[in-house]
Design a protein around this ligand. Structure first.
Ligand code: 13P
Length: 256
């Protein structure tokens, strides 16, 4: 059984003070829900405070991106070594970084390899635009992203990798995929992983859905067999709604 993983991607929201206040307000309620893995991914500057506030709990912290170099003249960037001890997870290849920061499939692969080399657990995000979706090319497009992201990543590393399928047209739009649509694409991602690494590894990998996930549609996604959790933006920023998402995931997977 794959343990569900619910990750809040806070994007460019919350100051360090707001971030610490937020996790202090919900940590007891999250600690009481251990059947799912719970992850918060604040902006970089809030990581030290949030890590300290959550120390001693099993609530994990993630970063929203990472560079692939050890160090160097890369103004604005953060190296894997700088995240060590602060985070367990790191989101890689989020569509907003692909769009606004020019992150390519090749860079996603380099970032994932660098993260793994430093003991960080990548959450590799993939997803298609509306145009690709409307052209009926979603499986092919997402499949290419997956093959590129996993190039050279050995099977032994897979237990430390999570995939997030986030259709770009569903992010922050209020327009989510249906549970069945998302399950079909995630099933096709799992089939590619099976082709690359074998059935057993593919079955063990956790694949999240992301894009306008809210307490009201969480059960629809979590009741699908291939969907192992959610990468959540807007609905992860509110205390009650993040706790509800975790609770609903646990119930929908029959783990309550
Ligand atoms: P929303 O949940 O706000 O649609 O954002 C999804 C997302 O991009 C999470 O990474």
């Amino acid at each position: 059984m794959r343990k569900p993983i619910i990750a809040g991607n806070w994007k460019m929201y919350k100051t360090p003070q707001e971030a610490v206040a937020f996790v202090n307000a919900i940590k007891d309620r999250l600690v009481a829900l251990p059947a799912a893995e719970r992850v918060v991914c604040p902006p970089y500057v809030a990581l030290p405070g949030v890590q300290a506030a959550l120390a001693g709990t099993d609530i994990a912290v993630g970063a929203q991106d990472v560079h692939w170099q050890e160090e160097g003249a890369y103004t604005s960037q953060i190296a894997p070594r700088m995240l060590k001890g602060l985070v367990k997870y790191v989101i890689i290849g989020h569509s907003e970084t692909r769009e606004f920061l020019g992150v390519t499939d090749e860079m996603v692969n380099k970032k994932a390899q660098a993260a793994l080399a430093h003991g960080l657990h990548p959450i590799i995000a993939v997803g298609e635009s509306l145009a690709v979706n409307e052209a009926g090319q979603t499986q092919q497009f997402v499949g290419r992203q997956i093959r590129a992201a996993f190039e050279g990543i050995p099977a032994e590393a897979l237990a430390n990798v999570v995939v997030a399928y986030e259709p770009i047209w569903a992010i922050g739009t209020g327009k989510s995929a249906t549970g069945e649509q998302a399950n079909a694409i995630i099933g096709s991602i799992r089939a590619i992983l099976a082709e690359l690494y074998g059935h057993e590894h593919a079955e063990a990998m956790r694949i999240q859905y992301g894009g306008s996930v809210k307490p009201g549609n969480m059960a629809e996604f979590m009741s699908q067999p291939h969907i192992d959790g959610a990468l959540v933006g807007g609905a992860s920023l509110k205390e009650d709604s993040f706790v509800d998402l975790v609770r609903i995931a646990i119930e929908a997977k029959g783990l309550a």
